[in-house]
Design a protein. Structure first.
Lengths: 318, 672
């Protein structure tokens, strides 16, 4: 009976992640539009887009290989699994020990690797330019993320997200400089990873500025739907991660109290909405960077992460 | 068991004699090729079974063969450490022999390969078994010289001759360093058996010297920066199955030598021993992968990536030394297991990648430049899938095996705040950053290697007409690709098999892994961290299948083929694709100025001139320029000075002999 309960909780989390993700994207778009004094598309527009794309036929490039057709499903499922391993409304779910934070980050790396391969498969310059710039961003963002993971793991004594969230929620932490550094670094990484302004622009189709959009240019129909959904889930993943590590209040702890879970889910949605609004405000207030200024931006995240870790290494022995 | 393994080595020597059958005629050469590689396959498979049984069964045996120095004999011993490395060596050897059954038939001059190949295998099989310095160095030299002969199998191209020369110089230097290390270990009494070396007492200075010499000797064979200069030249020069052995297996024999000397023979470490090992490991990891990122030669790219992985292995060994000296045997066992697991994983994926490179060479008429390849995935479906798996393993992506071992290395790094030394407190997080950077850059590197060579549209006629390779080559590639998946899903099997090794060297082991629920791996405790490759894989595959099935069932499955989008300008030529150079341009621009002093200069023609504009890329290999060139110049100058000694009369030679005798006796007199 307990097993069924915990299986159900795990399944609810997986579905919740999947269902809420397009709404979050819609919210960010709506807030951005309102800030620019436009009416903007309705909140539910991403769902409609997905439905329309799924029903359409796929226009496939003549020389596309099997990899190009398999990649969208794998990109979607790796991103989904990664996002579903982050605690949303409760800690200690049945499969929460499947991968720790390092493994989750690396899973997103797998998704990115597949997307880059698919971009190179057709052999057009757009795919190449997207894959090339994504490499640049990834090779700086990943070490920065690992440094953030180190900081969190040294404070919480674990890389297991459930334990980290429980520890952070328990109030033993207090204010720490390292955590502030890690938060700033994680926000920078999240902006870069999700192809957001100032690193990339999710709304552009101007060749010189595209990164993510250039990679998916050859995709259409259901394949494009999978990739769009994966992008939405990835945004939700990063906001969930920030919420679960730095603002873990309200998370239901271990027991399967339905009330606590419902409260946790409500709070989680509120946190996501707050994160989405902040992201939209940030994006509206800043201009896009030149590609070769991105290393400086991400380098700051890397240095902050390293500094946070070093501070912890030193302060532990004082 | 030990006797059987020694007989296997003797069997390999006998197989070498089979090469003599190949004299006279193409058909006889083919028969000899099949006989030699078939024989090697049979013997190394047998040896693999024996070594695996020895590792799992915990067999330990010693044997003294009346060969070698008359008062010493040749000691051989099989313990957990040698069994673990023998498993790796024989598995790599079996794979390469299977691959060569098909690939070897394309050799231009088979008789330049066939006699040396079994000797090379025998050398690598014997080094881990040797139990005294004399036998060890003899087998080590057999391995070095046989591989040198194989590097020169195609000796006509100028660059291969240069690679061979550089290799023999560096190999001799490495053996000299090991010889001196063993000399110091044996002490003035000349106790050359390993058992006696373990007992001996040594001062801190002698121990430090042995450590330095072990780093020089084993590191030069393994390819640690800055001793790596020969490796990216020599490994690609050999035929591809030999490249796979040199990169995948021989570098691991060098790792074995380091572990044997430093962890076993040298006794308890001082804390600072870990500092040079960590620093060299981290810099090898980053420099190796940066070189690989900017390399266009497919095989040389793989050789540079070997330097990166050796760096990761040494980084793990350095962590193990630090933890051992800091009195944390459990953490040391974790770090050592991570290093050995990564060495094993590297053998698997690097072998598969070199087999893939050989398949490309066969299929595309010897084209090694990735910028003249492309589109092979459509011509070679089986090879492309196997190489993709190996490339993803090399890029350290879950759920494959390369990730599992790097994950363990990160877990070991996270245990380091408890170390007492301040230097290590600063060094280890920095090393962790470099490891993460190397892992991320490795993903970019293999994206580039695979994306340019195998994907896209063919950039040359040779690539456009490529054909799938023979079934032996395919079997070897898919077999090793499957092993990469297997050990990514069940890393616990390897970790449990390595437990006797860490127990023997450090007196501690990781917790038993196979008893964990759902076959997770748990390095320290459940609450700290756990990783389950199997479940990750199952979740990913299940949700991808569910998504695909749902869409195809309930929505659309319509599909139309059309030309790729050309922005309205028809006539997309294959040369308009991104090339390897352009793909890595952003990374080169970020890291190049620091690491290679790279410059890009655009030379514009004068206004009105019709001359083309040129972009000139310059880069320097700083290690080569500031280490090897000055040493080479100094050696040349010394040789010129000593040249006078060549044309003396016999009288003067006798005077020289006499004077040196007096000097040596004086030195001895002052010492005593």
């Amino acid at each position: 009976m307990a097993l069924i309960g915990s299986l159900a909780a795990q399944a609810v989390q997986m579905l919740l992640v999947l269902l809420v993700a397009p709404l979050l994207t819609g919210l960010v778009r709506k807030v951005k539009a309102r800030l620019q004094r436009r009416r903007g598309p309705p909140l539910l527009q991403p769902y409609r887009d997905l439905r329309r794309l799924i029903a359409k036929e796929v226009v496939l490039a003549e020389n596309a290989s099997w990899l190009f057709r398999v990649a969208p499903y794998l990109i979607f499922s790796t991103t989904w699994v990664a996002a579903a391993l982050v605690p949303t409304f409760a800690t200690g779910l049945l499969f929460s020990w499947t991968g720790d934070l390092i493994a989750i980050i690396a899973l997103l790396g797998t998704a990115r690797f597949l997307l880059q391969l698919a971009a190179l498969d057709i052999g057009t310059s757009f795919g190449g330019i997207g894959a090339s710039r994504e490499s640049l961003i990834a090779s700086l963002a990943e070490p920065a993320t690992i440094m953030i993971v180190f900081t969190i793991a040294l404070i919480a004594g674990s890389t297991q997200l459930s334990h980290v969230a429980a520890f952070m929620a328990s109030g033993q932490v207090g204010l720490r400089v390292s955590l502030a550094f890690a938060l700033v670094a994680l926000v920078i990484v999240a902006i870069a990873e999700n192809a957001r302004i100032p690193v990339d622009n999710p709304a552009t189709h101007l060749e010189l500025t595209m990164v993510h959009e250039a990679m998916v240019l050859e995709y259409s129909g259901r394949h494009l739907a999978m990739i769009e959904l994966a992008a939405a889930v990835k945004l939700l993943f990063h906001l969930s991660l920030i919420a679960c590590v730095f603002f873990p209040f309200g998370l239901a702890q271990d027991g399967w109290d339905p009330l606590a879970c419902a409260a946790g889910a409500g709070l989680w949605l509120a946190k996501l909405a707050a994160g989405g609004v902040l992201l939209a405000m940030f994006e509206t207030s800043i201009a896009k960077m030149r590609v070769f200024r991105v290393p400086g931006f991400l380098g700051a995240a890397l240095m902050l992460g390293l500094l946070a870790t070093l501070l912890l290494f030193i302060s532990r022995s004082l | 068991m030990l006797t059987a393994l020694l007989l296997c080595a003797a069997g390999l020597l006998a197989v070498a004699a089979l090469a003599a059958l190949g004299r006279g005629g193409r058909s006889r050469a083919e028969a000899a090729t099949i006989a030699v590689y078939g024989g090697c396959l049979a013997v190394s498979t047998l040896a693999f079974v024996l070594a695996l049984a020895a590792l799992l069964g915990g067999a330990s045996a010693g044997l003294t063969v009346p060969l070698g120095l008359p008062w010493l004999g040749a000691h051989f011993r099989l313990d957990a450490l040698s069994a673990a490395f023998l498993v790796l060596v024989t598995l790599g050897a079996a794979g390469a022999s299977l691959y060569a059954l098909g690939y070897g038939l394309h050799a231009e001059a088979p008789l330049r390969v066939l006699p040396f190949y079994p000797l090379f295998l025998a050398g690598m099989l014997l080094v881990p078994l040797a139990d005294d310095a004399y036998a060890f160095l003899l087998c080590w030299e057999l391995m070095s010289l046989a591989s040198w002969a194989l590097v020169l199998a195609e000796h006509r191209p100028e660059e291969n001759a240069r690679a061979g020369f550089l290799y023999i110089v560096m190999a001799s230097f490495g053996t000299l360093a090991l010889l001196l290390a063993f000399g110091l270990l044996a002490g003035p009494e000349g106790r050359y058996a390993f058992a006696a070396m373990r007992e001996a007492e040594r001062g801190p200075l002698a121990s430090a010297l042995v450590l330095a010499l072990a780093i020089l000797g084993a590191g030069s064979k393994a390819g640690l920066v800055p001793l790596h200069a020969w490796l990216p030249l020599a490994h690609p020069a050999a035929p591809s199955h030999v490249s796979a052995l040199m990169s995948g297996v021989m570098t691991k024999v060098a790792v074995y030598a380091f572990v044997r000397i430093v962890f076993d023979l040298l006794g308890p470490p001082a804390w600072w021993w870990s500092v040079p090992v960590l620093a060299l490991g981290a810099s090898s990891a980053v420099l190796g992968v940066l070189h690989a990122l900017t390399e266009n030669d497919l095989k040389r790219l793989l050789a540079y990536s070997t330097i990166e992985n050796i760096g990761v292995v040494f980084l793990g060994l350095g962590l193990a030394l630090a933890f051992r000296a800091g009195g944390q045997p459990a953490a040391a066992a974790l770090a050592l297991a991570a290093a050995l697991f990564h060495a094993f994983n590297h053998t698997l994926f690097k072998s598969a990648l070199f087999y893939g490179a050989g398949a490309v060479l066969t299929a595309a008429r010897g084209e090694r430049n990735i910028e003249r390849l492309g589109g092979l995935i459509r011509r070679m479906p089986v090879s492309s899938a196997a190489v993709l798996v190996a490339a993803m393993a090399a890029a350290a992506l879950p759920p494959l095996n390369g990730f599992a071992s790097e994950w363990l290395a990160f877990q070991a790094i996270l245990l380091s705040p408890d170390l007492p030394q301040w230097a290590l407190k600063f060094l280890i997080p920095t090393v962790g950053t470099l490891l993460a950077l190397a892992a991320a850059l490795a993903a970019s590197c293999f994206l580039r290697a695979y994306g340019i060579a195998w994907l896209g549209r063919p950039r040359s006629a040779a690539a456009a007409e490529a054909e799938e390779v023979d079934r032996f080559s395919r079997a070897a590639m898919t077999g090793f690709g499957a092993l990469c998946v297997l050990f990514g899903l069940f890393p616990g099997m390897v970790l449990d098999a390595l437990a006797p090794v860490t127990e023997r060297l450090l007196g501690a082991r990781m917790p038993a892994q196979l008893g964990e629920a759902w076959l997770s791996i748990v390095p320290i405790a459940d609450s700290r961290s756990s990783y389950n490759g199997l479940l990750v894989f199952l979740f990913v595959v299940a949700s991808a299948a569910m998504a695909a099935a749902a869409i195809h069932r309930f929505a659309s499955r319509a599909l139309r083929r059309a030309p790729p989008w050309d922005c309205g300008f028809p006539g997309l030529a294959p040369s308009m694709q991104y090339t390897g150079t352009s793909l890595s341009q952003p990374l080169r621009r970020v890291f190049g100025p620091v690491v290679f002093r790279a410059r890009e200069v655009v030379e514009m023609p004068l206004p009105g001139s019709v001359a083309p504009a040129r972009i000139v890329r310059r880069r320097q290999d700083l290690v080569w320029e500031f280490l090897y060139v000055p040493i080479g110049r100094a050696v040349g100058r010394a040789a010129e000075l000593l040249n006078h000694l060549q044309f003396l009369t016999i009288r003067r030679y006798l005077v020289l002999v006499f004077l040196s005798l007096v000097l040596l006796l004086l030195g001895l007199g002052l010492w005593r």
